[in-house]
Design a protein around this ligand. Structure first.
Ligand SMILES: C[S@@+](CC[C@H](N)C(=O)[O-])C[C@H]1O[C@@H](n2cnc3c(N)ncnc32)[C@H](O)[C@@H]1O
Length: 383
């Protein structure tokens, strides 16, 4: 039975890898072999699947669909609301919750591993051990002694270590707050953040060898993105926003404003309606090149769809805007839609730069995005 399962799992892994390659994802021979050999199912003995009503249903090894579900090119959620007991509750029926741990979508893993640009012998720190699957891919490629993976949640870190060991990998796998990096094994040649950050923790810059790489995602609802930085060994790092978009669950201390709080605060807000040429799609769809630039002008702004097909924006300072079919209402201390419209004008005047024309400089004095060159006059703070 077990042999049949392993054979079927290998077949499904091969199919997943073919799909990643067909989709144009970067998989050099080393990462291809890792994805083909490392059994994702060993890290996902259960997972939560979201139903159309937003609730989560539990899928376990006993479910006939389990293996096929594990080997889809999809994120696999393994914890809700940081609450380990939710798994037990879900045995009785679907539950509500916000994901706090998952095995990331294989496509985005492939993109980030490629961006990491590892060489044989490199040491890597991964922030966000999660299920341990990504760490296992890195152990396969670099050797277990070159990999350190940490998770803020001790239960998650312990489970990741157990599943890694079951696959024959024994990297350093510890419970620790990734905002501080992990000094014990520093310096690292590569640092990979698999939970998103609002700003780049300076500890990551300090713990990466000069000329090494830091790859992570930004935790912003508008204008999130994948970032690759190269530290200079003097507490500074410079790098680029990557062309691919990537959105991850946030590092716990870097969670953004709570959308439910903002929804409650703007409920019933009134303001006169006016026409607008800027559409919600243009502003918020990441495939629209403007979205990244808009995020530079609208930090900490949250967007959501209202009950009547309208689109809301809100900021914790009380500013809000509600867009519906070429018209908008806005109120609070700042007019968010007007800011977005001005940003759109500026973006056009700058020749509509896509996300990969932006870069980032990080240092003890602050963090700043720039356009095209680190000394560009066009700069925006990241805070
Ligand atoms: C998307 S998952 C990581 C996926 C993982 N690399 C894998 O292969 O399964 C994000 C993880 O980041 C962890 N995390 C959140 N905040 C953290 C922090 N401050 N330090 C370390 N880990 C953190 C969460 O507990 C969660 O397990």
């Amino acid at each position: 039975m077990r042999a049949d399962l392993e054979r079927e799992a290998r077949r499904l892994r091969g199919r997943l890898v073919d799909q990643l390659v067909d989709d144009g994802l970067p998989l050099d021979p080393g990462w291809r072999a890792a994805f083909e050999d490392v059994p994702r199912h060993a890290f996902l003995p259960w997972l939560f699947e979201q139903l159309t009503n937003g609730r989560w249903t539990l899928i376990t090894e006993d479910d006939p669909e389990w293996l096929r579900t594990v080997y889809r090119n999809r994120v696999a959620v393994t914890q809700l609301d940081g609450d380990e007991s939710r798994r037990e509750s879900a045995r009785a029926g679907p539950v509500v919750g916000t994901p706090t741990c998952s095995s990331s979508m294989p496509a985005i893993m492939a993109i980030m591993l490629d961006a990491l640009d590892v060489r044989t012998g490199d040491s890597v720190l991964e922030i966000g051990a999660g299920t341990g699957y990504n760490a296992a891919l890195m152990c396969h490629r670099l050797g277990e002694h070159r990999v350190t993976t940490i998770d803020v949640d001790p239960a998650i870190a312990a489970r990741a270590a157990k599943h890694l060991a079951a696959c024959g990998f024994h990297p350093t796998c510890a419970a620790a707050d990734g905002a501080r990096g992990y000094p014990a094994n520093a310096p690292y040649d590569r640092v990979l953040g698999t939970c998103s950050v609002s700003t780049i923790p300076l500890a990551w810059v300090e713990q990466t060898a000069p000329g090494g790489h830091i790859v992570t995602t930004l935790n912003r609802q508008i204008g999130a993105g994948l970032i690759k930085l190269v530290p200079d060994g003097e507490r500074h790092a410079t790098g680029r926003v990557l062309a691919e978009d990537g959105r991850f669950m946030p590092l716990r201390a870097h969670r953004g404003p709570n959308v439910n709080d903002l929804v409650d605060r703007v409920r019933g807000a009134q303001a006169p309606q006016r026409p607008t040429d800027l559409t919600a799609t243009r502003l918020l769809r990441s495939a629209e090149q403007f979205e990244f630039f808009a995020g530079l002008m609208l930090p900490h702004v949250i967007a959501w769809s209202g009950a009547h097909g309208d689109t809301w924006l809100a900021h914790p300072d009380g500013s809000w805007a509600c867009y519906s079919r070429h018209s908008v209402r806005e109120g609070g201390p700042r007019e968010l839609w007007s800011i977005a419209e001005a940003a759109h004008e500026q973006w056009r005047a700058l020749d509509q730069p896509p996300r990969e024309r932006f870069g980032l400089t990080v240092g003890p004095e602050g963090q700043e995005f720039w356009l095209d060159r680190p000394d560009s006059p066009h700069r925006w703070p990241l805070d």
